[in-house]
Write a protein that binds this ligand. Structure first.
Ligand code: PLP
Length: 345
């Protein structure tokens, strides 16, 4: 080894187990769409499709190039969740048998033209107020009320089950369903599957749960971000550490310096106490994370030496606890691992 480098390892078996658990919550009649936008949330889109194709019923992405990459490997349904925006785009979708979301009036003329050759997913706004038609548009859209099409909406607060917004969105979705009595239906994301599995309808759209990014004891983090200890130091009582001297030692401390920083995708804002696992021992960050390095308290942790691996997150050091401890979301941590990190499997 010429130099140590931060490494990213993906355990696809863990993803398979997470998917099996999530599917076990749903009716066997509900189809499972694996959401693999943003390079499968950082888990490598191509490898994901190869490893998971037998277990899922289709894929959801946001970019055309992602859909085309999937089509080279799998013949299963692929949904473009934000649709396409030109005749050329619709034609490519038809040629590749992609499902296409229609969320905006500017897409309607094209959608009508391709209504016989494409599966169209009509997106309605039930409270998220980001994308989608309003409820009042429903009667003007009944030419899409066909069995091959799908009615879709997206939950804003599925991770907070007691939020009244959830029931309001379900109520509006049910109201819409009466108008679109022939189409398929889809509203749940991962948190929705955990908290409201009875609304699974025809398709669920599951992303973060498959990767183990939700706080749930049956879902495990599939991604390991790790790097090596390149120095061990002692910090005397009263000495401070790193930029800004954020932490002052209240007693003598032993500090491990890890070869990983925010330029690898570890959050610069990580606070003191954030958990790092070294030789299966719980340790915690002390001092500000810098570009290439971070510093960890290993006082009284015996047997830790230079060259040992430190797990910044992994199945034993869950990414959802790292993110919630820091007021971040696991989605962001997963998708921000940078290109200089070595990808291994
Ligand atoms: C990203 C996305 C999902 C998946 O959400 P998770 O919280 O990762 O399960 C579902 N539906 C739409 C429209 C999305 O954009």
């Amino acid at each position: 080894m010429i130099e140590p480098k931060a490494e990213l390892l993906i355990n696809y078996q863990t993803i398979q187990e997470n998917v099996s658990y999530l599917k076990s919550l749903l009716s066997p009649l509900t189809s499972f769409m694996a959401i693999i936008k943003a390079n499968a949330y950082g888990h490598s889109l191509e490898k994901f499709v190869i490893e998971l194709d037998a277990l899922v019923d289709g894929y959801g992405v946001v970019r055309l190039e992602e859909a085309i990459s999937i089509r080279k490997i799998s013949s299963k349904p692929v949904l473009l969740m934000q649709g396409l925006y030109s005749e050329e785009g619709f034609q490519i979708a038809a040629n590749n048998n992609f499902f296409l979301t229609v969320h905006h009036s500017s897409q309607l003329e094209l959608a009508k033209k391709f209504n016989s050759s494409l599966s169209l997913w009509l997106k309605f706004n039930t409270g998220m107020n980001r994308l989608g038609f309003d409820i009042s548009d429903q009667t003007g859209l009944n030419y899409f009320n066909l069995e091959k099409n799908c009615l879709m909406s997206h939950l804003a607060c599925a991770d907070i089950p007691q939020e009244q917004m959830n029931q309001q969105q379900f109520a509006l979705f049910n109201e819409l369903s009466r108008c679109f009595d022939k189409t398929k239906k889809s509203i749940l994301n991962s948190a929705g599957i955990l908290h409201f599995p009875e609304y699974g309808f025809d398709w669920v759209r599951c992303g973060i749960g498959m990767y183990g990014g939700l706080p749930n004891k049956y879902l495990r983090t599939a991604m390991t971000l790790r790097s090596k200890i390149i120095a061990i130091k002692t910090l005397k009582r009263g000495q401070r550490i790193g930029y800004g001297g954020r932490y002052t030692a209240t007693e003598n401390k032993t500090i491990a310096v890890i070869y990983c920083g925010y330029a690898d995708g570890y959050p610069q804002t990580a606070i003191d106490g954030t958990r790092v696992l070294i030789n299966s021992k719980e340790c915690s960050i002390l001092g500000r994370v810098s570009m290439d390095l971070l510093t960890v308290d290993i006082t009284d942790r015996s047997g830790i030496k230079e060259g040992d691996w430190a797990e910044l997150w992994s199945s034993e050091n869950s990414i959802s606890s790292i993110s919630s401890y820091n007021n971040l979301i696991s989605y962001e941590l997963m998708t921000k691992v940078t290109s200089r990190v070595v990808k291994k499997n």
